[in-house]
Ligand binder design. Sequence first.
Ligand SMILES: Nc1ncnc2c1ncn2[C@@H]1O[C@H](COP(=O)(O)OP(=O)(O)OP(=O)(O)O)[C@@H](O)[C@H]1O
Length: 670
Amino acid sequence: MTFKSAVKRKLSTKLASSRKRQKIQHRNADELPWKTVKRPTESGLGGDDGILELEEVEGVEVVYETTDGGRVVKFNQVITDETQDADELLEKEEEEEAQDKEVQGAASSPEPILVEELPTFDSESLLPGWHKFPLHPRIMMALHDKGFESPTAIQAASLPFALADRDVVGIAQTGSGKTLAYGLPILHYLLSQPRPSSSKKRAVKALVLAPTRELALQVSSHLNAMVTSIESSKTGVIPEPSTSTKKPPPHVSIAAIVGGMSAQKQRRIIDRGVDVMVATPGRLWDILEDDDQLAQEIRNLRFLVLDEADRMIEAGHFAELENILRLTLLESKNEHIPEEFDENGMNLEEEDQEDVKEGIKDGLQTFIFSATLSKDLQRNVKKKFRPKGNKKHYKRDQAPATTLDDLLLRLDFRDPNPEVIDLSPVGNVVSTLQEGKIECLSGDKDVYLYYFLLRYPGKSLVFLSSIDGIRRLMPLVELLNINAFPLHSQLEQRQRLKNLDRFTNTPNSVLLATDIAARGLDIPAVDHVIHFQIPRSADTYIHRNGRTARAMRKGFSMLMVAPDERRVVKALLGNLGRDDADIPEMTIELSMLDRLKARVQLARKIENTQHKIKKTNHDRNWMRETAEALGVDLIRTISGVLDPLNVSSNVHVQDDNDHLSSRPYEAFTC
Ligand SMILES: Nc1ncnc2c1ncn2[C@@H]1O[C@H](COP(=O)(O)OP(=O)(O)OP(=O)(O)O)[C@@H](O)[C@H]1O
């Protein structure tokens, strides 16, 4: 054995309690998926002497078996859904890549020569609502195909500026079509460029930053749906007669780069090249740290979009966001981003003139869109570009008041006078939204929720402020036979998307969600938004409500207010210039409520018992597995608890509570 091969290996066995689908594969030690670990210097193992290397492996169960030849050790590799999915995804990707190569390459058949003919589209008669906007005819055709007869108010107000290369800050109510307000100018620009050739990697032209993974995925699929419509409308792309089997490259490619999904896959997508990247700041910054080429592409962006900018800084992404934004600054600005607001500097007027000239040259357009951007912040966006005196002369007492102020200060609008369009309705209440409230004790909220869900069937999105609250409520509503799905940040990304999808596709269902679902999600036909726990801010109230009553549909929002929450609700509505008396109290049929109370109490009892059983079983399994790994046997004590003992007799372990695990739903049949 050489020194190099004197390998120290560390096993981590994160096993038994996992709820994921598991497959066990028996392996010998050398076949396991070892990963090299950095040597910790503090342990004295960090030397470069080449003697010791550390490797670790996850998801491996160590099993000792007694054979005639003595005790032997075996390794069972546990394949979970997650590893399996990642592997499957990668395999599928490789297959797709191979197929692409086959189709594209057909060894080396030449790319077809495409003659890009501008299709004619009579927007004046077919799409009069859009006619005055100078959009690419293929976009007009797609809008027509999608049945989008006219622009929404925010689209109509922002397009003239966005199409004239101006920077735009757009504030408009939830569900009012903000994605296409910034998406259409980007698509228009890309379609007006020659179709990229597949032999040359495309550089990112537009970066859309969104605060949550779900929103980023939704924006990218929203824009992709538009591109699919564009590509499938009569394109006017005529391949010249040729024997080539190669597929023409897509004119526009869009990808989402978000956490919780395979990083390798996303890196490969980036390596192949995309035009529009929709990303969450955390994952993008992770990738950017090792990808200089992408960093260079971000420096040369044509469009930068911050969707729900105000939420982005709440979501704890500020550091990553700031790092990314720093890449988009003009060189001259980058040097003096006000880490410290220094008092010396050149004359602002001259500096701004220079920037404007440079801005024209480098042509970055910035769009900021949200349903909530305070008037102060809107003023600050403007003020930043029309300061009195020297811009670099920020005094300490003029330092940004809020993190969002700070963020806006760090943004480098090339436009000396960004257009601020504020279409938010008075009090920020969408006209098609009806509001109501129920005042009740905290402990009665479960019953009132159950009452509401039975009394008003439909698709209901229930907001809670904590993950623990969802974990408590989920089994209860399931026992009450309600079709409910959870959504919070501690679920795996795959599960989050699956639950969102199930909620979207199940007509009479409930989503129990934290505020990760409050912003931007465009779930079709949500009938009710229920604030089971009151929102932390006025903005959150608006955004939560915005999941219903979208695109001129009707919707209902209900606040559940406990006595100790009244003051907060008053303050919250006060912030919106409203009075809590504005929101009417719902009438409750008390006879029905009383009957439901009994059911809820029974469900709680069953839930408690089930919880205890689960916990006992979990402890018992843990002890059994640990004992097995240690090679000791278990005996049952008088109290029924299992103790590990170094005795040789095996004791059969039986689940005393088997008789309690029957299905509880029958308890609720009326
Ligand atoms: N011009 C249009 N005509 C008809 N429907 C449209 C139009 N533009 C967008 N929509 C549809 O309206 C819905 C809401 O759009 P979008 O998600 O962009 O709203 P939003 O303003 O971003 O909402 P939020 O503030 O909640 O993020 C989408 O389903 C979208 O397809």
